[in-house]
Design a protein. Structure first.
Length: 654
């Protein structure tokens, strides 16, 4: 194994030893072979790292790491120093277009499938201007730079609610650009700051650490600060480049990094371009849904399987200030683990809106484990869309989001357990085949059938497509959860598309049969084979949950605990740590439910599959929010903690 050293004092003509380091990470990448390490020493590197090759196995990786104890920053931006005052707080800089290479982000727009164009028709550009590391907002004419208006609130496109802007005054820090044949001219209002005495940067590169070739496998990226890339819009029907990512490969580890200021997506575990690229937008001859179906089959034809794609690990990263996603991926994230990350302030700048936005947004999350992440201050925490099968969402902490978890047009089996959902909209279930076990659900629950889109499901633990189905509703399981009530008008604005379907608790399943036998027995046998199934809500398997504050149980629930006593649960963010403050009656801390295993979770109907671990063994839902193991035969309180005190208590949960 060779260690290739890189330092800001080095030279790319050196040999890369500790005493004669290289100057650029890319030069080290050109030299690195399987089993080698590229060790980068402290300082700032402005380059797009494009690995030349990958490792050969989990034991013969190529590792890129920051030197121990040294702060290494890799940026997709360049500083701009030649600012000239025009009037008042407005400054002008002229940047040669040669700085951008063949892709000028001040020309390219945020555009593609599933993006909702603004009513004005004005598109945001991929370009960005940063003052001392903080991004300004784009405006669309020179006059507004001189007279910017603060934005105090923004309407969330999904819930219809009006959300406050975190720092209205900073929304007056704006920029506008015009691109000429040889020069890009940027005007910016820095709100009284003299840019000649500050750090002003513009994003230049479309990525920071991202291969241009596919199947460069078994690469580790560890310990860096990665920032400021002009990443494009990443829908599931397009190429999905991120600030960092494997670009259709297997076995990457992305760990212990600070990743921020991707224009759209930070970490991409996503699709590649040959299986379709914004055809719904560019061609307009089919809906995006149809192109997305086609991309699944095209991916299978080019080797979308466990042997060639996925099995990545994304852990212990801090990801923030991105316009679209903290982690994104269609197809390419299969069999991966996303754990111990801190993801916040995703899409809260609200510069653009579309249907592909979330702290984590995955399509086809087959056997993906999303475990013990802290996700807050996002417009949507986690969005699992299509083919959520074998997926586990466990021990995560969601709070201060507009919405926490959305599972859409999937058929399971998937498991959501021991999470805290503390935002106004906690769960949106437009799917079937789910199991919700031992969660704290302190927000609204929205349920919906989806009868106009049949989506694929797979053979267990495989990418092989087994069939298609629409979402009739039901076929869900709820065991050992604590539901709190609330005000529906605060979760969805009256008149919005979500408001009438919002509930607190599980009573949205009222009307569902309580068993498969009841479901089959209630069919109209005079109808034809297809018609008697179509639109008929499936069984709801709901038992041993608790409800307080006006939340209500499913009408046929067994052993429901409905409390008139006051129950409060609050997530308190203290910066480096988070505390769960509770005030609970004795009835809630008593043992109410046992250890939940696959034996307690009826088989998923459409997929005809049991609840299993990724290795195919029966599922055991046995680890609480704090990592404590539960034992068979013992009793536990409802909610995410295996032990909790009555009365007022404070528990550190992060």
């Amino acid at each position: 194994m060779t260690i290739h050293h890189v330092a800001t004092t080095g030279s790319d003509t050196a040999d890369g030893s500790a005493g004669a380091p290289l100057r650029t990470i890319n030069r080290a990448a050109a030299l690195a072979r399987p089993g080698d390490t590229v060790r980068v020493h402290g300082g700032e590197y402005r380059e797009w790292v494009r690995p030349a090759r990958g490792g050969l196995s989990d034991l013969r990786r190529i590792t890129y790491e920051a030197a121990d104890g040294e702060h290494v920053v890799i940026k997709g931006s360049e500083p701009v120093t030649a600012w000239h005052r025009e009037d008042g707080d407005v400054w002008r800089a002229e940047v040669p277009n040669s700085l951008f290479g063949d892709r000028n982000p001040f020309v390219e727009t945020v555009d593609g499938d599933w993006l909702v164009p603004p009513a004005t028709g004005e598109r945001q550009h991929l370009g960005e201007v940063y003052l001392d590391g903080r991004s300004l907002s784009e405006v669309h004419d020179r006059a507004t730079v001189s007279a910017p208006v603060a934005r105090t609130e923004a309407v969330d496109g999904w819930t219809g609610t009006t959300e406050p802007v975190e720092d209205p005054e900073w929304t007056r820090a704006v920029w506008y650009a015009e691109v000429g044949e040889d020069t890009t001219t940027i005007w910016a209002n820095f709100l009284g700051t003299d840019p000649t005495g500050a750090l002003v940067e513009i994003n230049v590169r479309p990525a920071v650490f991202y291969p241009t070739e596919h199947h460069l496998d078994y690469i580790t990226v560890r310990g860096f600060e990665l920032a400021q890339a002009a990443t494009p819009w990443t829908p599931p029907t397009a190429d999905q480049p991120g600030l960092i990512g494997p670009n259709w490969a297997k076995g990457w580890i992305i760990e212990d990094n600070v990743i921020h200021d991707a224009k759209c997506s930070a970490v991409s575990l996503g699709k590649e371009i040959s299986t379709g690229h914004n055809y719904a937008t560019e061609r307009g001859d089919k809906p995006g849904y149809q192109y997305q179906l086609e991309s699944v089959f095209l991916a299978r034809q080019i080797g979308w399987d466990r042997e060639r794609v996925g099995s990545h690990v994304v852990r212990r990263n801090t990801i923030f200030d991105c316009g679209q996603n903290g982690v994104v991926g269609h197809l390419g994230a299969v069999f991966s683990t996303i754990e111990d990350n801190h993801i916040h302030h995703i899409a809260t700048k609200r510069e653009f809106y579309g249907y592909e936005i979330g702290g984590i947004k995955l399509h086809a999350a087959v056997d993906v484990q999303i475990v013990h992440n802290r996700i807050h201050d996002c417009t949507l925490g986690v969005w699992l869309d299509w083919q959520t099968q074998g997926t586990r969402v466990a021990r995560n902490l969601f709070y201060a989001n507009t919405r926490d978890l959305f599972v859409e047009v999937s058929h399971g089996p998937y498991v959501v357990d021991h999470n805290v959902f503390a935002s106004p909209v906690a769960l949106e279930v437009f799917s079937q085949g789910g199991a919700y076990v031992n969660n704290l659900v302190a927000g609204a629950v929205r349920l919906e059938q989806v009868m106009d889109r049949a989506t694929p499901y797979h053979r267990p633990h495989s990418t092989e497509v087994a069939g298609f189905a629409v979402v009739c509703g039901g076929d869900d399981r709820y065991v050992g959860n604590l539901f709190l009530g609330g005000d529906a008008d605060r979760a969805f604005a009256p008149g919005s598309k979500g408001h009438r379907l919002t509930t607190y608790g599980t009573h949205g399943y009222d009307g569902c049969p309580a068993s498969l036998e009841e479901y089959l027995g209630g069919m109209d046998q005079s109808k034809g084979d297809h018609e008697r199934f179509h639109g008929l809500r499936q069984p709801a398997y709901v038992h041993h949950n608790a409800y307080a504050g006006g939340a209500a149980p499913y009408e046929q629930e067994k052993d429901a605990l409905v409390l008139d006593d006051a129950v409060t649960c609050a997530v308190v963010d203290q910066g480096d740590q988070v505390v769960l403050e509770t005030n609970l009656p004795e009835a809630l801390v008593a043992a109410h439910v046992g250890l939940v295993t696959a034996a307690d979770l009826p088989r998923v109907r459409y997929v005809d599959a049991d609840f299993e671990e990724p290795d195919g063994t029966p599922l055991v839902v046995g680890t609480d929010l704090l990592g404590r193991e539960k034992e068979a035969g013992a009793g536990y309180p409802v909610g995410p903690l295996a032990a909790v005190d009555a009365g007022t208590s404070r528990v550190r949960v992060w």
